[in-house]
Write a protein that binds this ligand. Structure first.
Ligand code: ZN
Ligand code: ZN
Length: 173
């Protein structure tokens, strides 16, 4: 079972400032290399605000897949994210009037379920470094033969050095 959905029906009817603290996590067995099935766990605080609920979450997303900027190898890394987002219900519980909002606003569904999965997905994407490294000192790939230099060295280095001085050698002949 994945605990990323919370029924906020009661909290929505409580006075502004009422809060809940919720620990959540995805079940380990649901961990999957697919980016939508990442394993994550953390803490979320939900505070009733005027029209909806303010969620402050702090969590760890395990096994985020990325490609090393140096050697292009795919690897996984744990990422910590933190966010604060407002979630609005689709209608006002007291007046039954619809609550309009922009498309990018997080919504609480009609069954009063607040689901933080999409926010986690978005914040995780943002947290992935632009040029991730598989290790501190990634040796990268050889620009000449394409060999992964973390695995083995190649013969290109010395050849390249030779080529650099090649023209000079010719000159001094
Ligand atoms: Zn690398
Ligand atoms: Zn090479």
């Amino acid at each position: 079972m994945t605990i990323t959905q919370f029924n906020v029906g009661t909290l929505l009817q409580e006075p502004v400032g009422s809060r809940r603290e919720i620990r959540f996590e995805t079940n380990n067995s649901s961990a999957h290399p697919d980016e939508n099935h990442r394993y994550f766990y953390g803490l979320a605080e939900m505070i009733k605000i005027q029209q909806g609920i303010l969620v402050s979450a702090k969590l760890t997303v395990a096994d985020v897949t990325m490609n090393c900027a140096g050697c292009l190898t795919e690897f996984t890394k744990e990422i910590n994210i933190e966010f604060q987002e407002e979630y609005l219900p689709t209608y006002d519980l007291e007046t039954n009037r619809p609550i309009p909002a922009d498309e990018d606003v997080f919504r609480i569904n009609n069954r009063m379920i607040l689901d933080i999965t999409e926010a986690i997905r978005q914040y995780t994407e943002t947290a992935i470094p632009i040029a991730p490294k598989c290790r501190e000192m990634c040796a990268g790939i050889c620009t000449l033969c394409g060999k992964d230099l973390n695995q083995s060295t190649c013969a290109c280095d010395s050849n390249e050095a030779d080529n650099q001085f090649g023209p000079l050698k010719e000159y001094f002949k």
